[in-house]
Design a protein around this ligand. Structure first.
Ligand code: GTP
Length: 595
């Protein structure tokens, strides 16, 4: 166990975690030159395309230092986007150390500070790594100053490197083996293993990534899952190098995967503890914090006959992704589907893209909403996230909306723009902390304002320099209304949304005008109306279509005809027929962006 080191790589998006992980694998020859493609850990097709890490991954590599001493390094590559902070906390709980990778040109970002504080609370040894030193804009002195000021950790063991060129990587590996402590725990104690991640494999069934805290996990052993008290026989054990490699056992301190040949995806809950059936432990390993979804939206298959396949797809995706919540739902306009909970808009986009790509499902998403707390007159507390639920409760004493505490880190010169943005988003200032070149703005902002496009607006008001970290803090009294949309007098429940009363009128106008630009012309007039409490407050009309698109083409102007036909063809995109009106799929979501 003395030669094992378990560590995570934490950093902000694009600071170079995956590239660094690739370099480690290359130096330690986990893969041959030919097998080495860029960013081998980002194996999901979607990850490669978007260039971001979605799922945390684990790799065990063998490092031989200059004194020919062998070390086994388990490192977990973690995602950097704010939506995936839960993956980071999960990875950290399986480690003794963390590499804090910072782009030397960008400096520290808000998310990095939050993650680092999480690692410090877990008593991990942190090694600051200044990456991208090959770039002419690298400013390591400034970043060292920031580490001292913003995180307050020692900068004595800082390593400067370039994950791209390989400079400083061996020095970093030596620092890892000397500074990060080996795992504690006892091989001869009762088995205690933490489930870091679980996913569904078509051949093996449920596979779980585990960190053995105590004891030994042997092939064929009868194990017990702590929370469910259910017993299983260990079928297969292995590690990732990053290729999957079978093993006969894993002992305390090691990280690897196990499979028990089970199909039930709920059998190995992430964060749970595995113990031996014969001598079960009395207490579980304290897991990581369980994170609740931040936004909810209805997802419906465009073709109703795909409902069953859709349910199976969600079931499988939810095993890979503990934070994905789903529950059956019925909509008058869209039929049977699921109410789903996500960590943020990026998370929602990724789930939708995976449903479409991996399961060939065409899904329609309704307008996302945060969760609201309702106190009824008889003092019952209920939570709603669907606009139609608002009308179910007639005797309401108070409605409260979720408020997030935001930490925004920005260079001082953008402070004016950001203060304006925060106040436009109904934010309340909590604190301002000045550092040498940067400033931390602490604001309490309604979650409904953040989840829309706050992050993009923050980036554009600071030329991309400001960064954001936020977390739910409390519920606060609010005044909201349900805005319904009618198309040719028929209420479309999937287009209803909850908005703040203060600017509901101007919102309603923007929304009907937006819908007007999305729904194509039909053979008849289409009237779009916005309604609050049965009062119409905005209206727009889509005038009927002239029957023959070529009718205005006199003579034989072929190229003009072709252009018009092309234009008509473009109009024939994926639509949902509701009553006699065909509504383009994107209508249901697009309203959201103008909030
Ligand atoms: P996420 O997976 O999205 O969290 O990002 P990441 O932190 O893993 O970043 P990634 O490794 O994908 O690197 C982001 C970009 O920076 C890529 O274009 C890399 O090629 C580049 N990059 C990474 N390290 C270096 C470096 O040391 N020098 C230079 N010049 N570029 C680097």
């Amino acid at each position: 166990m003395k030669n094992i080191r378990n560590f995570s790589i934490i950093a902000h998006i694009d600071h170079g975690k995956s590239t660094l992980a690739d370099r480690f694998i290359q130096i330690c020859q986990g893969l041959t030159e030919r097998e080495m493609s860029n960013q081998v850990l980002d194996s999901m097709e979607l990850e490669k395309e978007r260039g971001i890490t979605i799922k945390a991954q684990n790799v065990t590599i063998k490092y031989i230092n200059k004194n020919k001493k062998i070390f086994y390094l388990n490192f977990i590559d973690t995602p950097g986007h704010v939506d995936f902070a839960y993956e980071v906390s999960r990875s950290l709980s399986a480690c003794e150390g963390a590499l804090l990778v910072i782009d030397s040109c960008q400096g520290i970002e808000a998310q990095t500070i939050a993650t680092c504080n999480m690692a410090l609370k877990m008593n991990l040894t942190i090694i600051p790594v200044l990456n991208k030193i090959d770039l002419p804009t690298a400013n390591t002195q400034r970043v060292i100053q920031e580490i001292k000021e913003l995180i307050g950790i020692s900068t004595k063991h800082i390593v400067k490197c370039s994950a791209k060129t390989g400079t400083g990587i061996t020095e970093l590996l030596d620092t890892i083996v000397t500074k990060i402590p080996p795992p504690s725990g006892c091989i001869n104690s009762t088995l205690q293993a933490l489930i870091i991640d679980s996913w569904f494999d078509n051949y093996l069934g449920v596979v779980s990534l585990v960190r053995i805290k105590n004891g030994k996990l042997i092939q064929g052993l009868k194990i017990q899952v702590f929370s469910t008290k259910k017993n299983y026989y260990v079928n297969k054990i292995g590690i990732f190098t990053p290729k999957s490699k079978n093993k006969n056992y894993l002992h305390s301190g090691e990280v690897g995967w196990i499979s028990c040949g089970i199909k039930n995806i709920k059998s190995f809950p992430v964060g749970d503890t595995i113990t031996s059936s014969k001598h079960p432990i009395k207490t579980s390993i304290c897991g990581f914090k369980k994170i609740k979804p931040k936004i909810y939206a209805g997802l419906f298959p465009r073709k109703t006959e795909n409902y069953k396949l859709f349910r199976i797809a969600l079931e499988k995706l939810s095993l890979n992704d503990a934070s994905l919540f789903y529950q059956p739902e019925f909509s008058h306009s869209l039929g049977f589907g699921f109410k789903c909970g996500f960590l943020g808009l990026l998370h929602m986009e990724i789930i939708q893209a995976r449903l479409e790509r991996e399961y060939k499902l065409d899904v329609i998403s309704t307008i996302p909403s945060v969760i609201y707390e309702i106190q009824t007159l008889d003092n019952n507390i209920v939570y709603i996230y669907h606009p139609s639920d608002l009308s179910k409760y007639k005797k309401i004493k108070e409605i409260r909306e979720p408020i997030a505490r935001c930490n925004i880190l920005t260079p001082i010169k953008y402070i004016g723009n950001i203060l304006n943005l925060c106040s436009n988003k109904r934010g309340k200032q909590h604190n301002i902390i000045y550092h040498s070149n940067q400033v931390t703005l602490q604001y309490d902002i309604p979650m409904s304002e953040i989840v829309v496009n706050f992050f993009d607006q923050l980036k554009s008001s600071s030329q991309g320099y400001a960064s954001l970290e936020y977390d739910f803090k409390y519920f606060q009294k609010t005044d909201i209304v349900c805005l319904d949309i009618l198309i040719n007098t028929k209420k479309i429940d999937a287009l209803s949304l909850i908005i703040h009363r203060e600017n509901s009128k101007s919102q309603a106008h923007k929304i009907v005008n937006k819908i007007k630009t999305i729904i194509p012309k039909h053979q008849f007039n289409i009237v779009i109306q916005a309604m609050i409490n049965n009062n119409i407050i905005a209206r727009a009309t889509i005038k009927q279509l002239r029957k023959n698109v070529l009718s205005k083409c006199y003579g034989g102007d072929i190229s003009r005809k072709r252009k018009l036909l092309e234009k008509q063809k473009k109009g024939k995109k994926k639509m949902k027929q509701i009553g006699n009106v065909k509504i383009p799929k994107e209508t249901f979501f697009s309203i959201f962006s103008i909030k």
